[in-house]
Design a protein around this ligand. Sequence first.
Ligand SMILES: Cc1ncc(C[n+]2csc(CCOP(=O)(O)OP(=O)(O)O)c2C)c(N)n1
Ligand SMILES: [Mg+2]
Length: 796
Amino acid sequence: MENLAPGEVLDPEKLSFDKFREEVLKDYRFACESREASLLGRKEVLTGKAKFGIFGDGKEVPQVAMAKFFRPGDFYAGYYRDQTFAFATGAATIEEFFSQLYADPDPSHDPHSAGRQMNSHFATPFIDTDGRTLDLVNRKNIAQGLAPTAAQMPKALGLAYASKAFREIEVLEPFTELSNNGNEVCFCTIGDASTSEGHFWETVNAAGVLQVPLAIFVWDDGYGISVPRKLQTTKGSISELLEGFQKKEGTNGIDIYRVKAWDYAGMCEIFETGIRSARQTHTPCVFHVEEVTQPQGHSTSGSHERYKSPERLEWEREWDGIKKMKEWFIENALAGEEELNEIETAAKDHVRDSRNLAWEKYQEPIRVQVDRSVTLIREMAARNPDSAEMLEQLAATLAGNREPGRKEVLQTLYQAIGFVGNEVGKDAAGYYRELLKENAALYNTHLYHEGERNILRVPEVKPEYAEDAPVLNGYEVLNRYFDRLFTENPLVLAFGEDLGRIGDVNQGFAGLQAKHGANRIFDTGIRELTIMGQGIGLAFRGLRPIAEIQYIDYLLYGLQPLSDDLASLQYRTAGRQTAPLIVRTRGHRLEGIWHSGSPMSLILSSLRGLHVCVPRNMVQAIGMYNTLLEGVDPAIMIECLNGYRLKEKLPENLLDFKVPLGVPEVVREGEDITIVSYGSTLRIVQDAAQALEGYGISCEVVDVQTLLPFDIHHDILSSLKKTSRLLIVDEDVPGGAAGYIFNNVMEEQGGYRWLDAAPRTITGQAHRPAYSTDGDYFSKPNVEQVMDVVRQMAAE
Ligand SMILES: Cc1ncc(C[n+]2csc(CCOP(=O)(O)OP(=O)(O)O)c2C)c(N)n1
Ligand SMILES: [Mg+2]
């Protein structure tokens, strides 16, 4: 195919017959290899060499057709059925497929997830080890999938939206390594049953409104595990249901196509049409791929005979895509049965060899560990005749294990050392510790970026103030900052509900859309889930989006992609992918049940993998934005809702000063008690500290500034060493973020050793905050409460 760009459309009339034949036979080979990988993969699970398997059998032919139109620069966001697509696009090899199935933690064996993901979750690198974005426009890009159904949808919207941004935003023109005039299509796949999720509908609607090059392939095999289509989809047809979205003359919308999964030639033709239009005109499309089969059932966890009728099973055998593709070759005299049989045999051999190689590579380092452990245990036995028999038994069991894991090695060593003690078992204990370290590197790394752009390497730069520095409302300080930021940094985009025209509900962006363009600062529909997805996708593609959740109380609507996808992304790709999205929101307290939330413990539990910034005012927030933009990790910024109208001095070095993450600030020095807080309650604490002076109590007030990372230098401990008393104040629920801080100071920092009085927390009430001033006073921490507790503690 030397005359064709990779992924370019085949036109039989332009090609010689031989070349055409060669190309379609290659597709047949990919399909056969993929089927073999599914069959063998299932066996590996059933014989115990792998723990779980989910395969793409039955979906091979649509995927080789789809792969033909996937070009360098394009993106894929899909789910666990798409191994054939990964093979056909060159994103994965069969050997890698098996390495992932075995959970091989060596990233050179499973480069997609370093053994951290279940099988068929592929990923191509988006950044290098130093955090630099790669030349994505020259690569076929696979955004790693995830198990939650339809979770690929929100980010797919963002991946497609980036093409629109690159095409329309003038200041992005120089970034030719990221985009070629927005010609990149995002290919998105989803199962028929998963279209029942809200994620699907919100994404389709947003794509129809925004007009972005998103191509959605629905693999309709009639089931979501055991639940049939008629219980999933109104009228039993997703394409029929989507008809109202159809784009017409003079409207926006999407194009909807219906194809049959066994019709290779028909799919090639339709996919080509839809993808070309998406690429050129940014019209989104949905391909409803019907009559897909699932020869081995859903996964290795069950058997489909339990819920499919004998007739259905018979139909699936008859309409198997590979069988039909073979018939098509023969009917059209493209190849004879013998030639096709040879391809099938070669596919079997190749898959078997790849599997063997993957297994050998997976087992090799473990066998080295087994051998060394057995030797060490036998040495201990020689030196310790009393325990020799038991030790020999342990050594023999480990040596005899035909499929040992790292876990068995460590368990055996631990037991053996237990028999003889650390003295006799000195060498084994040393080896044990070495292995713990090695395994921690394999299994517990890459939650955040660890290379050059590690956020903790960003040094502090203090704000500088002119003598006559203006004193402005907090929102005005932010507004000046965003204006400068959008002037200097072409990669930033900001969007959310009411963020464009009116410049957000608190005017941080007021007037900036008119100045910097409606394609850089813009309004979205009310759809928090896909606003987050839009941000994730844009960040994947090398941009620096700031995506808004209007009030933190509405974070729950957008939490799923943040938690499942964004927070786990660097971990589950072992650092090969990141999406440095900044989620901007506002919270803590204003008015009533849904505008006063401070759900920090919800965030702390669900968003490990993001940084959590809780600035006390807007200048601190700006310093944190600047720091975040130096790194490549995602983050959430919680501005104080009641802080926008507080007066602050405007720094001169607006774009340059940086607040380091994980470094608390002592905002008031004192001797008698350390009060730790952040965000809006910090002001309450400061007022209380001031008033407590009148009672002769000297309070040291510490602003933690960020909850993740948390006090990396143990500054709170230093304060505690001086005061010997600790009070933590915030407005999350009891035992929420205050409990988290408590745990950090007591356990991580060993703070309990310095206490002269019982440590305390003051938090919001367990119920939601009641409406109005009195409701706030009795629902959230207040000055008198802080004073009262401090006075009690001082008297202890
Ligand atoms: C949010 C969520 N709920 C439930 C599951 C369990 N689950 C995994 S696959 C699946 C069925 C998906 O069916 P479909 O979308 O048709 O894809 P198929 O597997 O048939 O290709 C379910 C319910 C899940 N992974 N995520
Ligand atoms: Mg299905």
